[in-house]
Design a protein around this ligand. Structure first.
Ligand code: FPP
Length: 250
C-alpha cells in the first residue's frame, strides 16, 4: 500500500456518499508491462496485481461500495505462454486458500463467474469451498471473472433458454430481459455502474458485454500494480461528474 493509500481510509470528503456506484468492475491491465519496466518477469506483475486487488476490495468496503468484479482470466487468456497460464492458475488457488479466513473476517461474499468446468480440479475445489463458506456474508459482493468471456456467457444462456423452450417449460414469448439475466453467470448481482480499465487500453475485451450496457467507463494510463486509493478516488470523482441519462433527456 502506498503512502497515499494509507491516508484514504475514510471516504474522501469531496465524494457524495449517496451517489457512489453500487457496483464497480475492473479490467486489471498492465501487469506484464509494469513488471517489464521494473526489469522483472511478467509473473511478478501478476503477484503485485493481487496486492492491488486486495487493497481495492478493502477500499470498496471502507468507502461503502457494495460490489466489485475483477477480470482475472478471460477465455482468450489460454493463448498465453503455458508457464504464465500455469502460474496464474496456481496463483488464484494459493490466494484463495490464503485469503479465505480474511474474507470471512471482512464479511466478503466471493463468487466466480465464467466457465469454471475448464479450470484445474484443485482450483475448482478451492473456488467451490470459498463460494460456499462465504455465501451468507453481506459486507461486499466480490466477483472474480475466471475463464470468462461475455460472448460465451450469452451463448450459454441462449442454449439453456432454448432447452427450456424445447422441453415445453417456457414459451418463446416468456423470454424477456429479466428471464435472460437469470441465465447469466452474474444472476443476482446488479449491473456495474462504473468500469475501470488500467494501462490506457480503450477496449472492453469481451468483459460483461450484457451487464455493461449503461456502465460509465473510466480509463487510466496507470498500470494495475500501481493503481491505488488516490487513483480510485480520481475515478470516483470523474464518475460523479458524469450525467447518467440512460438514453433519456433530462
Ligand atoms: C492483465 O495484465 C492481467 C491478468 C490477465 C491477470 C490478472 C490477475 C490477477 C491480478 C490475480 C487475481 C487473483 C485472484 C485470486 C482474483 P497483462 O498480463 O495483460 O498485462 P500486459 O497488458 O502489460 O501484458
Amino acid at each position: 500500500m502506498t503512502a497515499n493509500s494509507t491516508l484514504l481510509r475514510e471516504l474522501p470528503a469531496d465524494l457524495d456518499r449517496e451517489r457512489l456506484p453500487r457496483h464497480v468492475a475492473v479490467i486489471m491491465d498492465g501487469n506484464g508491462r509494469w513488471a517489464k519496466r521494473q526489469g522483472l518477469p511478467r509473473i511478478m506483475g501478476h503477484r503485485r496485481g493481487v496486492d492491488t486487488l486486495k487493497d481495492m476490495l478493502r477500499c470498496c468496503k471502507d468507502w461503502g461500495i457494495k460490489a466489485l468484479t475483477a477480470y482475472a482470466f478471460s477465455t482468450e487468456n489460454w493463448g498465453r505462454p503455458l508457464e504464465e497460464v500455469d502460474f496464474l492458475m496456481t496463483l488464484f488457488e494459493r490466494v484463495l486458500r490464503q485469503e479465505l479466513r480474511e474474507m470471512m473476517a471482512e464479511d466478503v461474499r466471493i463468487r466466480f463467474v465464467g466457465n469454471l468446468s475448464a479450470l484445474p480440479p484443485s482450483l475448482r475445489a478451492e473456488i467451490e469451498r470459498s463460494m460456499i463458506e462465504t455465501q451468507h456474508n453481506q459486507g461486499i459482493e466480490f466477483s472474480v471473472a475466471t475463464n470468462y468471456g461475455g460472448r460465451q456467457e450469452i451463448v450459454q444462456a441462449c442454449r439453456a433458454i432454448a432447452t427450456q423452450v424445447q422441453q415445453g417449460l417456457i414459451q418463446p414469448e416468456d423470454i424477456d430481459e429479466s428471464l435472460f439475466e437469470q441465465h447469466l453467470y452474474t444472476r443476482g448481482v446488479c449491473d456495474p455502474d462504473l468500469l475501470i480499465r488500467t494501462s490506457g487500453e480503450m477496449r472492453i475485451s469481451n468483459f460483461l458485454l450484457w451487464q455493461m450496457a449503461y456502465a460509465e467507463i473510466y480509463i487510466t494510463d496507470t498500470m494495475w500494480p500501481d493503481f491505488d486509493r488516490a487513483e480510485f478516488h480520481r475515478a470516483l470523482c470523474a464518475y460523479q461528474q458524469r450525467d447518467r441519462r440512460f438514453g433519456r433527456v433530462k
